[in-house]
Design a protein around this ligand. Structure first.
Ligand code: EPU
Length: 323
């Protein structure tokens, strides 16, 4: 059961952790009160009551069945680049697919490659370059994993993740594994319906070129994107763009035109470099970030009549509770 809105009942989390560890088997890991801030790029927020690192798909299926029976919500965590974790943390089980079992990169020799959900996009680009597979360059600067990029249909530089997808293997909340073709997915800007309450395990991706591409050519394209990003996006800790671009417009431009660059709440600031980034100068809280989100939305609505929608996920909560 994915979290929709949760201020959970009192539970014996220690007992749940012990039972989960037994259900998942020895090679998996179960932790209590795992701080989530350091596992996100924005670096704010509290701990997860339960934190699971399943060793393999069987352990993950056992965990999901256990959580379902116990009525405990689960949340998959990738690289944490598009997440705001509330200060009180998450009353549920955060699931991370860590380690080599989950980070396959297996070219099939026909321009396609099988990638595990835990593979980082940066690694994917490095390996694709060596394998002569072009078309993944736009993903290089996104600090995410394949699984997270599928879930969010992550995008940059005019491309998005599902452009490259042929098939996705996913595990349903009931622990069933299915492999579905691209056509089975309803994807949109920063959204994939089928992964809303399932966990991506991996994907078959296709290169954008019909023949092998020389590494220098791929590297050149990666450099072009990297330079563009470095010129236009801040280097401080952030969750990437905070708001979705409204149709036909740019949230960054709107926020900028409202004169909001440099607006601060404690250690959180609307970036002076790109107005759609909220940066953490060190030690910011989720409450400060949320306060900025509200102020930015209110100002843009007042001056432009546009209601910006957050792109960043509020982990384990619903934005409506806060906006
Ligand atoms: N602009 C301003 N002021 C600003 C920021 C932007 O005037 O403070 C203007 C720019 O000059 C440009 C326009 O707004 O004319 C668009 O800006 P930019 O090219 O930076 O693109 P964006 O729409 O703000 C999108 C994605 C980014 C992605 C970049 C590059 C969204 C919400 N953002 O940004 O994705 O990296 O394009 O491809 O779709 C993310 O999703 O987290 C993210 C960072």
């Amino acid at each position: 059961m994915p979290i929709v809105s949760y201020s959970g009942p009192a539970r014996d989390w220690d007992a749940l952790a012990v039972a989960l560890a037994a259900a998942m088997g020895g090679a998996s890991r179960v932790r209590r009160e795992e701080p989530l801030g350091p596992r996100t790029t924005l670096r704010v927020g509290g701990a997860s009551r339960l934190f699971l690192e399943p060793a393999d798909a069987a352990a993950l299926a056992s965990a999901l069945r256990f959580l379902r029976a116990a009525g405990v919500p689960f949340l998959p965590l990738g690289r944490g680049s598009n997440l705001l974790v509330p200060d009180e943390g998450v009353d549920g089980a955060v699931i991370a697919l860590e380690g080599s079992t989950w980070s396959a990169f297996t070219p099939n020799g026909d321009g396609t490659v099988w990638t595990g959900a835990g593979l980082r996009l940066k690694q994917l680009c490095g390996l694709a370059t060596k394998a002569g597979l072009a078309g993944f360059e736009f993903l290089e600067g996104i600090p995410g994993t394949v699984g997270g990029a599928l879930r969010m249909n992550a995008g940059a530089m005019g491309g998005w993740m599902f452009d490259r997808v042929e098939e996705v293997e996913l595990m349903s909340a009931e622990g069933e594994v299915v492999r579905l073709p691209r056509a089975a997915f309803h994807v949109d800007y920063r959204h994939c319906r089928e992964l809303g309450d399932a966990i991506a395990l991996g994907a078959q991706l296709r290169s954008g070129a019909t023949a092998a591409t020389p590494a220098e050519e791929i590297v050149r394209q990666i450099d072009v994107y990297r330079r563009k990003r470095q010129e236009s996006q801040p280097r401080e800790a952030s969750a990437g763009c905070m708001f979705k671009n409204p149709p036909g417009d740019s949230a960054g431009r709107l926020i900028d035109q409202c004169g909001l660059k440099g607006l601060r709440e404690g250690a959180a600031e609307v970036s002076p470099v790109h107005a759609n980034f909220i940066v953490n100068h060190g030690g910011a809280t989720a409450a400060e970030v949320l306060a900025l989100v509200r102020r930015v939305r209110a100002a843009v609505y007042a001056q432009k009549g546009v209601e910006l929608q957050p792109e960043v996920l509020l982990f384990g909560r619903r934005w409506e509770e806060y906006l």
